[in-house]
Design a protein around this ligand. Sequence first.
Ligand SMILES: NC(=O)c1ccc[n+]([C@@H]2O[C@H](COP(=O)([O-])OP(=O)(O)OC[C@H]3O[C@@H](n4cnc5c(N)ncnc54)[C@H](O)[C@@H]3O)[C@@H](O)[C@H]2O)c1
Length: 295
Amino acid sequence: MIDKTHPQVYIVQKMTEGKYMRLMGRVAIVTGAASGIGRGIAQRFANEGASVVVTDLEASACARVAEQIGKSGMARPTDVTSSPEVRSLIQDVIDKFGRLDILVNNAGRTYQSTVAEMPEEEWDAVINVNLRGSFLCAKHAAPYLMKSSFGRIINIVTTQGGVPYASAYCASKMGLMALTQSLMYELAPYNVTVNAVCPGTVRTPLSAKAIEMKAQLSGVLPSDVWNQVEQAIPLRRFCTPEDVGNVVAFLASDEAAFVTGALYPVTGGFYGHSIGSAKKTTVTTAPVPEKKSGL
Ligand SMILES: NC(=O)c1ccc[n+]([C@@H]2O[C@H](COP(=O)([O-])OP(=O)(O)OC[C@H]3O[C@@H](n4cnc5c(N)ncnc54)[C@H](O)[C@@H]3O)[C@@H](O)[C@H]2O)c1
């Protein structure tokens, strides 16, 4: 971000803008890059000189973002929950660039509900995208990252270790943290670093859906929840895709060569687990009758 309030800083930033390329020659895949945080990371990688593969569900959305990024952007639609699609994505990247250096597992999904009322298909869908999708991308990318001298995996997680109404989301992201640690040990002998970045609240379609559903469950207005969240952030502003992109670009760069297995919060100082507590609700789903076991 260019700082126009301090003339000296502004001049230095202007002089080095687009020239401080820490990722020159690197090839990166960013999942879920058609929107929000992923788009910010992809743009930042391109500014740092990387070739960036923009992956997301829809071809048109990927193409739009790749075009915005410019000549270093390549659109490649992929559903991260499909093993054959992920395998073919990685193969296409190797065929085109001959290498893969950086994987950012950013694609995400959420659903807000009490555990008692959580539709099982929504639970599965959240776990599938956030956890299984990251596993599949890491699994298929690992052999090529191990061949790179600069291999990097960066997983996008959350501070929310377990909050009301977000059980599937929290469980998936805590699972992704555990996956980060396992990958860190397994890939360290190949000089591949594996880290997690934890964004604060960024205004994106995903967080808007989460806050709307949470507001409905809590019986308040979405604007009240947004205000509560903002007031709880010590730096008193929402996180931006650029804030996250800055930290992810650092972790992808040579400057972070000795950083692995780390969790980087980009939260403006907010480490609280939840805003407000759960309300007593009436469960509409009929309880499943207990099975009589012979034990
Ligand atoms: N926004 C926040 O406040 C916040 C905070 C902490 C962590 N995060 C995490 O950041 C990541 C990005 O979220 P965002 O807020 O930018 O949301 P977003 O809705 O802007 O972007 C998420 C993207 O993931 C894509 N996606 C969903 N399912 C997919 C699939 N099966 N295959 C490929 N792509 C798929 C969506 O199409 C979308 O473009 C997520 O992992 C999210 O959990 C977000």
